[in-house]
Design a protein around this ligand. Structure first.
Ligand code: GRF
Length: 205
């Protein structure tokens, strides 16, 4: 569709990376390179033992580790992250289970091209422990949200949501699993939608 446009994606993880893997698989299966000029160019983790790094390497994707413990301040850590990210000139930076709070400077640097997935129906339940909180509140539905990242944690314009039922007797683990399986459909779909809009706005960038 686009010919020469290049829209690298950089994905930040901290752990399992199952959302990252879902995005990589969708990019391959849906031919994002041909359709949008988009490929996953770098998977970056703040933890060297993040399981997702193994998957990314096996896919031939560049990986990098920037350990937050190696930096004296959040600003220094974020500057090191940005240096690694910018080397790939990303069209979109994707937070996928990246468990660090980012500084306002970092967020502003990638304004409009920084997205996150959060395991609740925002604006309900920002922060941690979302599934237990949803069950305890008596919610009958739960879900996940893909949103643009702003300086306020787990806020920002919503790009897409998926809803699942909360079932009688649900444990936080059972609900988390039900939500996560929807995340794996939702996140690739939201990113493809974002790329589609980029192509429409700038067909031969
Ligand atoms: C997901 O539930 C995501 O919504 C949250 O962290 C979890 C990451 O899981 N932000 P994974 O590393 O993608 O498997």
């Amino acid at each position: 569709m686009t010919g020469r446009a290049d829209r690298p994606l950089v994905i930040l993880i901290s752990g399992t990376g199952s959302n990252m893997a879902a995005i990589v698989r969708a990019a391959q299966a849906q031919r994002w390179q041909a359709r949008y000029g988009a490929r996953v160019s770098l998977v970056l983790s703040n933890r060297p033992d993040a399981a997702g790094l193994v998957f990314a390497r096996a896919q031939g994707i560049d990986t990098a580790v920037v350990r937050h413990q190696d930096f004296a301040s959040r600003e220094d850590f974020d500057a090191a992250l940005a240096e690694r990210i910018d080397a790939h000139r990303p069209a979109l930076v994707v937070l996928a289970g990246f468990m660090r709070i980012l500084t306002p400077g970092f967020v502003q640097r990638y304004a409009g091209r920084l997205v996150n997935i959060h395991p609740s129906l925002l604006p309900a339940f920002p922060g941690l422990d979302t599934h237990r909180r949803a069950i305890e509140a008596g919610c009958t539905v739960a879900g996940a949200t893909v949103h643009q990242v702003t300086t306020e944690l787990d806020h920002g314009p919503i790009l897409a949501q998926a809803v699942v039922p909360v079932l009688p007797g649900d444990t936080p683990q059972a609900l988390a699993q039900r939500v996560l399986s929807q995340e794996h459909r939702l996140y690739p779909r939201a990113i493809a939608g974002w790329l589609e809009a980029q192509v429409a706005a700038q067909p031969a960038a």
